[in-house]
Design a protein around this ligand. Structure first.
Ligand code: DAH
Length: 340
């Protein structure tokens, strides 16, 4: 048996296969269930007891040698496969696609820039609000009909905890915690229990503006919004105010801009009126100031609120609000060149 082991050791040493298949045959020949090693180990019982231990050790050595050889050869052929095949390592790597900013973010950033230039700060509030900040402090007590226009999602069964329906709630938070003069804009996400359609969604983004100081007038409101419209939509943009109603402002108005698609001629987007409605605004109702412990005899102010999706749709001529929330990369890719 000792001679046999010697012979196999030499065979293992000299084994020089051409390919992986030969290595596999070799593995089966030595290590297979009925292979050389199995046979030799089975023959161990016929070896004289005195020599059995030593022969057993030599068998183990032989087995290790065979396994080592198989492992080395497998690594060698695998590496050869990688380097010799059709992989051209000098080719450039697959390009990594750069993302694009979401149109809502682009508009958000642009609005922040415009108002920052005239001294407005940025303030934020929670998306899960209480009834006081979303409705009651804004002069919209329980059972006020204006609550119907903003059907809300309530959090659990507590009617006091809800998802805010507008960013006007941040007005209240700012006025409760800061003293006039206040000049701030509050962007953020809002929620309403609306049926989703091309024009409406159950969540969207708004922008609230608030200016409180002594002697603030409607003329200041008009001038601020005129500046915004010109900066955002272009120098030739006209604005128009229509009387409206909001519980938290008195007087209230809605502002239209001249249609920048047809230049006032009339088109599908402006429904042939030449005008597009973009925001609600007004002079902060004295009740609202008093709710926030601001002296309404001394201070006055204006507020405005607008939907960011609506502005993004006008800017990029998008006719369905739903595409803004579907995150389809084919849609989002189109905004790569927008820098803001
Ligand atoms: N919060 C109103 C809405 O969601 C928008 C609005 C109108 C905000 C008039 C204001 C405002 O600050 O003065 O429809």
């Amino acid at each position: 048996m000792v001679d046999e082991i010697k012979k196999f050791l030499e065979e293992i040493e000299d084994f020089d296969p051409k390919d992986k298949n030969e290595v596999e045959d070799f593995r089966i020949r030595y290590m297979g269930k009925k292979g050389i090693m199995a046979e030799l180990f089975a023959g161990l019982k016929n070896v004289e007891t005195d020599n059995r231990k030593e022969v057993g050790q030599q068998l183990n050595l032989l087995k290790n040698k065979a396994q080592q050889k198989i492992d080395e050869l497998n690594v060698k052929f695998e590496q050869a496969e990688i380097t010799s095949s059709d992989v051209d390592l000098s080719l450039p790597a697959e390009p990594l696609e750069l993302g694009a900013r979401h149109p809502v973010s682009i508009v958000h950033n642009e609005i922040v820039n415009i108002f920052s230039r005239i001294g407005f700060t940025i303030s934020e509030g929670p998306e899960i609000e209480d009834d006081w900040h979303n409705f009651t402090a804004l002069n919209t007590p329980e059972n006020h009909p204006a609550r119907d226009m903003q059907d809300t999602f309530y959090v659990e069964k507590d009617p006091d905890v809800l998802l805010r329906t507008h960013t006007s709630s941040v007005q209240i938070r700012v006025m409760e915690s800061e003293k006039p003069p206040i000049r701030t804009i509050s962007p953020g996400r809002c929620y309403r229990n609306e049926t989703i359609s091309a024009r409406a969604h159950c969540f969207f983004h708004q922008f609230e503006g608030l200016y409180i100081d002594e002697n603030v007038s409607f003329a200041d409101l008009k001038q601020t919004l005129y500046y915004f419209a010109q900066e955002f939509f272009g120098e030739n943009t006209d604005i128009k105010f229509r009387p409206s109603f909001f519980p938290f402002t008195e007087p209230s108005a809605e502002m239209d801009i001249s249609c920048n698609i047809c230049k006032g001629e009339g088109c599908k987007v402006c429904k042939h009126t030449g005008w597009l409605e973009i925001l609600g605004c007004g002079m902060v109702d004295p009740n609202v100031l008093e709710n926030c412990k601001i002296d309404s005899k001394k201070y006055s102010g204006f507020a405005f609120g607008m939907g960011i999706e609506r502005i993004a749709m006008l800017k990029f001529q998008i006719d369905d609000i739903r595409v803004l929330f579907e995150n389809d990369v084919r849609f989002l890719k189109q905004f790569k060149s927008a820098i803001i």
